[in-house]
Design a binder for this molecule. Structure first.
Ligand code: ADP
Ligand code: ZN
Length: 520
């Protein structure tokens, strides 16, 4: 079987060999089996159904929600001499009828159809009269409400299998988190399908997540030390921060440009063009920047703010090092990130279901930040792929993280939150613990609390690290009103009762001393 597939790959598509799991997937389909394929964008999903479409008798039906992509693919196939066509709403009635005729005559190898078109009675009737090679369901995550691309029409696609149980199906997506995967399997009836996950690892990207102190300075030091004259992207959460950071980097002599949705279209286009065509431009951007940007020699992607999900982090960092040469994914992350994102979430208009989803996504992202083991292993695990050994090319591999028994410290912190009434923010709580006798402490009479000054053994920085990790682990919750007040959660009970111990990351002190020396 594979020799035929290889023959098609070479003669029709002009490639010498299959990549990754392509050959196995193609064999599965050619033999009549179902497949669920999870591969990142650019991983080579299309060939997984295009080759079997040519191997099997009949016409392959490809369901795709994106008309523009459909047209690109069809054009490329036709250029390679494949009989492919697309049926969608952009086609005039007469042309659609002519296409139906070709389909009925069995002249097509592949027919791309928009999901809403596929489910019309007219098209369903046509399907019954033609030999079908396979059904390919592209962008399969559209069936899941977990995704941001939910399409109700996709829910009806399970009908295909009920009507044509003998026709093999392949569902494909780049969105591979566990809940989405479960939805796809359940809603498309793919429990029997073979699961193929591959290609998510980007071994040339070095992942690093550092503790945020003075993010700008840290960024500049990172750029000076490792990326003088390199092109890269710096992601920030807000437009304001994009503007400020870009202006500041320019003052420091870097060729930095801002990019966000609030800039005039001409400015955005001009900045994007400079980034792509010139060397050494640093694009400071919101997430509005990046879709469809294919610059191979982006040497670094830096995050000054925490992305909302592991998926977003993976996608954004994935813009680095497309040329396969060493590249950096660098992020500064701190307590305020956790607080801000928790607040944005709590105050969002979304319904409870979507809030819960967003919260779980954020938890996973925080988990990645606070990790003490290999980041790449965790990242790939999130996508369902396994990496047997620690990667050796992430910060936790290169500099193993020390942990410490923070049980006592955590109890002090939690007790301080409780005794001060569960409404104060971190700075004030740290002042109480370290025994700062300042105006605000006096105003609330907190110098009389039993927790006043009990934490003098740790520095303010260390206490902030403790609070950050307690919030990140969900032992403390942030009040949604905007002042960053902290309160206890159910999850901290075992610790307070003494049933549980807590190991925390020991954040490196080194950098802070260095920057302190610089300031002094
Ligand atoms: P996806 O749909 O997963 O985003 P594509 O199917 O568009 O990815 O493939 C991405 C690119 O990789 C395309 O340019 C494609 O031609 C190329 N490609 C895919 N498989 C192979 C292969 N076996 N050998 C060489 N190039 C390949
Ligand atoms: Zn690693």
């Amino acid at each position: 079987m594979t020799t035929d597939a290889l023959e098609i790959l070479r003669t029709t598509f002009g490639y010498p060999a299959f990549r990754g799991l392509q050959a196995e997937i193609i064999d599965t389909l050619a033999a009549g089996g179902d497949a669920l394929v999870l591969m990142p964008t650019g991983g080579g999903k299309s060939l997984c159904y295009q080759v079997p479409a040519l191997l099997r008798p009949g016409t392959a039906i490809v369901v795709s929600p994106l008309i523009a992509l459909m047209q690109d693919q069809v054009a490329a196939l036709v250029q390679n001499g494949v009989n492919a066509a697309a049926l969608n709403s952009s086609l005039p009635a007469a042309a659609a009828r002519a296409l139906e005729e070709r389909f009925l005559a069995g002249e097509l190898d592949l027919l791309y159809v928009a999901p809403e078109r596929l489910m019309t009675p007219r098209f369903q009737e046509l399907l019954g009269r033609v030999e079908i090679a396979l059904f390919a369901i592209d962008e399969a995550h559209c069936v899941s409400q977990w995704g941001h691309d939910f399409r109700p029409e996709y829910l009806q696609l399970s009908v295909l299998h009920e009507r044509f149980p003998a026709v093999p199906r392949i569902a494909l997506t780049a969105t591979a988190d566990e809940p989405t995967r479960r939805d796809i399997i359940e809603r498309l009836g793919l429990a029997e399908a073979r699961l193929f996950i591959s290609g998510f690892d980007r071994p040339n990207i070095r992942y690093r997540i550092v503790q945020k102190r003075n993010a700008r300075d840290q960024l500049l030091r990172f750029l000076e030390a490792e990326h003088r004259g390199d092109a890269g992207i710096v992601y920030c959460l807000s437009r304001k921060r994009v503007e400020e950071t870009a202006a500041w980097l320019r003052e420091q002599g870097r060729d930095a440009l801002p990019y966000h949705a609030g800039l005039p279209a001409e400015t955005r286009a001009a900045h994007q063009a400079r980034f792509i065509n010139e060397e050494g431009v640093v694009m400071v951007a919101t997430i509005a920047f990046g879709m469809g940007i294919d610059k191979p020699n982006v040497r670094f992607v830096a995050h000054l703010d925490l992305p909302r999900s592991v998926e977003a982090y993976y996608q954004e960092t994935g813009r680095a090092g497309r040329d396969g040469l060493p590249a950096d994914a660098w992020m500064a992350y701190g307590l305020q990130d956790v607080i801000t994102l928790r607040q944005i979430l709590a105050s969002s208009e979304a319904d409870d279901f979507h809030k819960r989803i967003e919260r779980q996504r954020l938890e996973a992202m925080l988990g990645l930040c606070e990790l003490t083991t290999c980041r790449r292993q965790a990242l790939l695990r999130y996508f369902g792929e396994t990496l047997a050994e620690p990667c050796g090319n992430c910060d936790t591999c290169l500099e193993p993280v020390a942990t410490w028994d923070a049980t006592e410290a955590a109890r002090m912190a939690l007790s301080c939150v409780y005794r001060s009434g569960q409404r104060f923010g971190v700075s004030h709580l740290v002042d109480i613990l370290t025994g700062k006798d300042n105006e605000r402490v006096r105003e609330f009479g907190h110098q009389r609390l039993s927790t006043f000054g009990i934490g003098r053994a740790l520095s303010a920085t260390q206490w902030r690290s403790v609070f950050r990790q307690l919030v990140a682990r969900g032992l403390l919750a942030v009040d949604p009103e905007g002042y960053g007040g902290l309160r206890l959660t159910e999850a901290c009970r075992p610790l307070l009762r003494g049933d549980e111990n807590l190991e925390l990351r020991r954040d490196p002190e080194r950098q802070s001393r260095k920057s302190a020396a610089r300031r002094g």
